[in-house]
Design a protein. Structure first.
Length: 391
């Protein structure tokens, strides 16, 4: 029986970039001790206070179908948070709650792209981006950013790719590079979007993890609120990856259609999860800071470790829970380096190539293990790179 082209070509039949991660997991299953610096999962679990809010909501009966667009309470809280952080007038009618940021990315592209439409995204990219775009039947068009520009996108590159495109997907703070887009970068992107009449999808799931500079939402730029869909999530900001709770903030007319889409796909997000998210957001900054603190600390430790050697170069880690390391001085690709590091030292990192050709010769290190082990793993990685560079 035939399956759809859309589903069979989601990853274009090629690698989806997770081979090293899968190999590491297989080694662990076979009883080997492997240090995993691969996926964006906190080494702490969801805070007990959030779980208490979840439990009391479920026990008090919020276990039936919840409102499809999200509870009024959570939509209001998200709207107020966005308005407070960006200054852009935002109400619950600008918000739909989704089962995580990933579902939000899929819904956003579904809302904007017809089959065959061109949807732009920037390389390096979060691994699911091209598949998400292909999943809605659109044509995923990659725009390379450059290591030499520290992965800040160039408006001229976006402009050059914009012919016939309907949307542009950006992500700041960025996974995998850790780069936070500057005010100049975002203004230039906004200018291209307006001149080329592009929708902008702004993935801001790491907006609470900014170590240098500040997070700016392009929705706040003049003329952008009416053409921007912001993707948010509780996953990274509140260590609620498994709860599957995110949102889209967009013009009301877009939200109306997204609600219709949700009615015919997800049918919303469990009420007790939304109540837990509402509680977590209501605690505000102190909880967000507590969850971001280990990454801030480890980033500082990494800067010290990397300063003590010359082979591995750190792309300025301005935000998010990852480090992007340039290992080109070893003469190896990111892929070969990551596999060799796993084989010789049982340390698993992600090859840059998993996130696109623009990150070739780099590796991504997730700062998701305890400080001491993180430092020794990074030292081992650097010594390994030095031996390769010498050899
Ligand atoms: N966007 C980016 C850039 C991510 O790194 C992730 C997860 O790692 C997501 C979106 C999806 O997160 P979630 O679906 O857990 O909200």
């Amino acid at each position: 029986m035939k399956l759809s082209h859309r589903i069979t070509h989601l990853t274009e039949g090629g690698s989806d970039g997770w081979e090293v991660f899968i190999r590491a997991r297989r080694m662990i299953a076979e009883g080997h001790a492997v240090t995993e610096l691969t996926i964006g999962e906190h080494d702490i679990r969801t805070d007990q206070s959030i779980l208490s809010a979840m439990e009391s909501s479920a026990r008090s009966g919020h276990t039936g179908y919840a409102m499809v667009p999200g509870t009024d309470l959570l939509r209001d809280t998200v709207a107020a948070r966005v308005q407070m952080r960006t200054g852009v007038a935002t109400t619950r009618n600008n918000v739909i709650i989704t089962p995580g940021g990933q579902a939000a990315l899929f819904a956003a592209h579904t809302a904007l792209c017809d089959p065959g439409d061109i949807a732009l995204y920037l390389d390096p990219y979060y691994a699911t981006y091209p598949g998400t775009i292909r999943g809605v039947g659109a044509v995923a068009k990659r725009i390379e950013t450059r290591a030499g520009d520290l992965f800040q996108p160039r408006a001229s590159d976006i402009d050059g790719a914009a012919g016939g495109a309907v949307s542009l997907l950006i992500n700041s703070p960025n996974n995998p590079t850790g780069v936070v887009y500057s005010a100049e970068t975002l203004s230039a992107i906004a200018e291209v979007c307006q001149r080329r009449d592009l929708w902008l999808i702004s993935d801001e799931v790491y907006d609470t993890q900014v170590w240098e500079g500040e997070h700016l939402s392009p929705r706040a730029l003049p003329g952008m609120a009416e053409r921007t869909l912001v993707v948010g999530s509780m996953s990274k900001s509140h260590a609620m990856t498994g709860s599957r709770c995110g949102w889209i903030v967009a013009p009301e007319g877009v939200i109306d259609h997204l609600i219709n889409l949700a009615t015919h796909t997800t049918y919303g997000v469990p009420g007790f999860i939304q109540d837990a998210a509402n509680y977590a957001l209501s605690v505000g900054q102190p909880l967000e800071d507590k969850i971001a603190a280990p990454f801030r600390r480890r980033r500082a430790l990494a800067i010290e470790v990397l300063a003590a050697q010359q082979v591995v170069t750190l792309i300025p880690a301005q935000g998010a829970m990852y480090l992007m390391l340039d290992i080109r001085a070893t003469g190896l690709s990111g892929d070969v380096f990551a596999n060799a590091l796993l084989d010789t030292h049982a340390i698993a990192v992600m090859p840059g190539e998993s996130f696109g050709a623009a990150a070739a010769g780099h590796i991504r290190v997730a700062m998701t293990i305890d400080d001491e082990k993180f430092v020794t793993s990074l030292q081992t990685l650097c010594e390994f790179a030095a031996q390769l560079a010498e050899g």
